[in-house]
Design a protein around this ligand. Structure first.
Ligand SMILES: NC(=O)c1ccc[n+]([C@@H]2O[C@H](COP(=O)([O-])OP(=O)(O)OC[C@H]3O[C@@H](n4cnc5c(N)ncnc54)[C@H](O)[C@@H]3O)[C@@H](O)[C@H]2O)c1
Length: 410
């Protein structure tokens, strides 16, 4: 991230007194930036500063513009009541289940930096006390609480607005997909039962793999509990978009902040389909570049697993991606009417019951699925779309079958 002045940067948002706003022309998702040209009198992010300029963001130029716009509007409103004292209202409760893990810990740190979060609940079956104690010393607004083990899960989830679930095991060398499925399917089922009992209205972000199956499992459990709301259940595929944006910017020497590539389908191997023809800004690719980039985006996880040489999988980039998706959700909950992300959700854009595509997020969850992204595809993308359907269908059905064989807790 290119901070252009020596100060602080914040995940989430802060307000700048006097930032110039440009009305938003295009869709946006979450952006992290602040650009105070005058004074920040009160700042709830990492560190108060008189003048901060940070060009980059989670998302890019569109988000940055949107955020400026959003804060300028808020600034104007708040000026009317409280001159020179500007404060983003930290009002959302977020729970992370699996918070002591490789993804959970950096994710918790990023969420602790969000001025939109008032309460951060960290849950794990492993010791999460230390993580919470450590984080609680950061002078950012949210109150951090730890919850360990099943007995404390209900309290962790009470009145939570968003639940993020990275609990489970990552794929390790020698582990088959079935091994991973068998462990994580059970973990997700148990956790979703508790979500259904304690915060059925929350947005649910599922990170635990295989997402192509764990999301349908969650849907089935919620249905069995009578509280399924398809608009609020999301498989987090943001890392695929983050990777696509990064790899395209590198390959084409485009300014990273400008790049946005929609990624559709699912979240494993060939089910990940980057729509490079829909890259913004428009970029020309040779057939070879399209193939190389597509394969690299699909195998991004393996690239990290191999580089870590058996010591883990993608955790830091995943935490970053999950924080971006969370912040987008919080912005939508906060009333921002222009929030778009890709996610794996219940869908009618293809014949498959779940599909990752660009969605518009609102206060009530998914407001729209952007089906038009699947129009006007290149031959390569059309073939990729047809090729992924069989595998994705199988993974969805496997999840549904698993959940239907289980009995949910009363
Ligand atoms: N969606 C994605 O893009 C993406 C990317 C990378 C990894 N993942 C997945 O995320 C998951 C977590 O990966 P990681 O690297 O953080 O693993 P990790 O092993 O480092 O951490 C997992 C954490 O979950 C906890 N846990 C296990 N069972 C639990 C339960 N029943 N309740 C609460 N907590 C429980 C563990 O104690 C541990 O702290 C894996 O399934 C991995 O495959 C998803």
């Amino acid at each position: 991230m290119a901070a252009t002045s020596a100060s602080a940067l914040s995940i989430g948002s802060t307000i700048s007194n006097g930032s110039k706003a440009t009305p938003l022309m295009q869709s946006n998702t979450f952006g992290v930036t602040f650009n105070s040209q005058n004074h920040i009198k009160s700042f709830t992010g990492l560190k108060a500063a008189a003048s901060v300029s940070c060009e980059s963001s989670f998302l890019g130029k569109e988000s940055t513009t949107a955020l400026h716009y959003s804060f300028a509007r808020k600034s104007q409103n708040q000026h009317q009541t409280s001159r020179n004292v500007l404060q983003v209202k930290a009002s959302f409760k977020v729970a992370i289940l699996g918070a002591a893990g490789g993804i959970g810990q950096p994710l918790a740190l990023l969420v602790k930096m969000s001025p939109l979060v008032s309460d951060l609940h960290l849950y794990d079956i492993a010791n999460v006390k230390g993580v919470a104690a450590d984080l609680s010393h950061c002078n950012t607004p949210s109150r951090v609480q730890d919850f360990t083990g099943n007995d404390e899960l209900a309290n962790c989830l009470k009145d939570v607005d968003v639940v993020v679930i990275p609990a489970g095991v990552p794929r390790k060398p020698g582990m088959t997909r079935d091994d991973l499925f068998n462990i994580n399917a059970g973990i997700v089922k148990t956790l979703i039962e508790a979500v259904a009992d304690n915060c059925p209205d929350a947005f649910i972000h599922i990170i635990s793999n295989p997402v192509n199956s764990t999301v349908p499992i969650a849907a089935e459990v919620l249905k069995q509990k009578g509280v399924y709301n398809p608009k609020k259940l999301f498989g987090v595929t943001t890392l695929d978009v983050v990777r696509a944006n990064t790899f395209v910017a590198q390959k084409k020497n485009v300014k990273l902040i400008d790049v946005d590539v929609p990624v559709v389908g699912g979240h494993a191997g060939i089910t990940i389909l980057p729509l490079l023809s829909k890259t913004k800004p428009s970029v020309a690719f040779t057939d070879e570049e399209v193939h190389d980039l597509t394969v690299r985006i699909q195998n991004g996880g393996t690239e990290v697993v191999e580089a870590k040489a058996g010591a883990g999988s993608a955790t830091l980039s995943m935490a970053y991606a999950a924080a971006r998706f969370l912040e987008s959700s919080l912005r939508a909950l906060d009333g921002d009417s222009d929030v778009y992300e890709c996610a794996f959700v219940e869908s009618q854009v293809t014949e498959l019951p779940f599909f990752a595509s660009r969605i518009k997020l609102g206060k009530k969850g998914v407001e729209a699925v952007i089906a038009s992204d699947l129009e006007g595809l290149t031959e390569y993308e059309k073939k990729g779309l047809e090729a992924l359907k069989g595998e994705l269908k199988g993974s969805i059905e496997k999840g549904v079958a698993f959940a239907q064989k289980q009995t949910v807790s009363a």
